[in-house]
Design a protein around this ligand. Structure first.
Ligand code: NAI
Length: 370
């Protein structure tokens, strides 16, 4: 494992967001505690492990396996995701800090097991400051390989025991958040007949579609994978729209469950939903996009509040407190936090949900009393 020491080289031609700030964090944000850029020539591994905060405990957050346009995009993603994990873990009252890893998908053929073994060694080199799990592009099988090289990993199913793939728990947390938002903001008692636009029918989006369908919601869906869309039409009677139309669909609720930064200067003016709650991390391109949504009367429930179900699950598994009912109870409490956020917003003088949630989470970036 060769650490890439030449950060300057990695940041060459950095986008404005990074080049206008120091190398130690995102603009206008406190520095990340630690960022490791690691490579392994034998396997083709290039990975960035970002530890945003360990104030509450070891930094916990998944590993994303993705094709990035360039190294800078990967670094920005890792930093933004790691910071989001600090806020998510704090709001979920978990005794963990925030961190995240990204692996830059190699071009051409590669040995997946060898690559994830090398990634496991990179995680181990941080001696527990960072604990990994699944994220977009990684599987429970990958985490088993990681586990052969470090104990600082979770999201691995064990025979007869609770744990593994966090996406159903993430979907449940988003579902109860939508229920709470519909009740408190849209003033509707149930989801029956409520129109929900779902962007992305992947691991989380599909489970969320199932929960929403069972509750009587009317689904409008889009995914780049046409087969998933067809399945949703068949199984849930969903209406399909194009991937460029989903964010402006004529619905009550919008649930982004695919990519980050989908709520931006271009898309925000087109949103017709009055409530936004989805699984995708970092949905707002900037905090100003949250302000713009608020000004238009759209209630945006911050992603790191509503999508904490998965980390609650893998954190319990990691601490060996695995028990299905208990974790579901804990995930369902996300709905109470949604209600508390709306109260806090109402009591603030002109605060937006994004800004109020951010301040609330940052106030909790201290070691919890146990
Ligand atoms: P996934 O990779 O299984 O699903 C993503 C889906 O989005 C795929 O079906 C993909 O085809 C689709 N997609 C990609 N680009 C699209 C586009 N432009 N328009 C419409 N659909 C598009 O990922 P997963 O696990 O479902 O995660 C979804 C989001 O939720 C990600 O942002 C992830 O970081 C976040 N998240 C996931 C958690 C989990 O437990 N899996 C936990 C917390 C957050």
């Amino acid at each position: 494992m060769n650490a890439i020491t030449d950060l300057a080289r990695a940041l060459k031609d950095a986008p404005a967001e990074l080049s206008s700030s120091s190398l130690f964090g995102l603009p206008d944000q406190p520095a990340h505690e630690r960022v490791l850029l690691a490579s392994d020539e034998a396997t083709g591994l290039k990975t960035i492990l970002a530890v945003h905060s360990t104030a509450r405990g070891p930094a916990f957050g998944g590993c994303r396996f993705w094709t990035y346009g360039n190294d800078q995009a990967a670094l920005t993603d890792a930093l933004r995701l790691a910071q989001g994990m600090s806020l998510k873990n704090a709001l979920a009252d978990l005794p963990f800090g925030g961190g995240k890893a990204v692996i830059l998908k190699p071009a051409g053929d590669f040995d997946r097991a060898a690559l994830f073994a090398a990634f496991g060694r990179a995680v181990q080199s941080l001696n527990g400051a960072y604990i990994t799990a699944e994220d977009v592009g990684t599987t429970t099988a990958d985490m088993r390989v990681v586990q052969q090289n470090t104990p600082f990993v979770s999201g691995i199913p064990r025979d007869g025991a609770f744990g593994g793939d966090p996406s159903p728990k993430t979907a449940w947390g988003v579902f109860v958040s939508i229920e709470a938002g519909v009740k408190l903001h849209l003033k509707r008692e149930s989801l029956a007949g409520v129109r929900v636009a779902l962007q992305g029918l992947g691991a989380v989006g599909w489970h969320l579609a199932e929960f929403l369908h069972m509750a009587g919601a009317k689904l409008v869906v889009a995914d780049v994978d046409a087969a998933k869309v067809t399945r949703a039409q068949e199984k849930f009677g969903a209406t399909a729209v194009g991937i460029n139309e989903i964010l402006s669909a004529d619905v009550d609720v919008l649930a982004p469950c695919a990519l980050g930064a989908v709520l931006n200067a271009q898309t925000v003016p087109q949103v017709r939903a009055r409530l936004i709650a989805g699984a995708a991390n970092n949905q707002l391109a900037t905090v100003q996009d949250g302000d713009a949504l608020h000004a238009r009367g759209v209630m945006y429930l911050p992603d790191y509040l509503v999508n904490a179900g998965g980390i609650i699950s893998v954190a319990r598994e990691y601490r060996n407190e695995g028990e299905e009912t208990a974790v579901m109870v804990e995930v369902t409490k996300i709905a109470e936090r949604v209600a508390e956020l709306l109260e806090r917003v109402a009591l603030s003088s002109g605060g937006t949900p994004a800004r109020v949630a951010d301040a609330w989470a940052r106030s909790k970036l201290v070691r919890p009393v146990v």
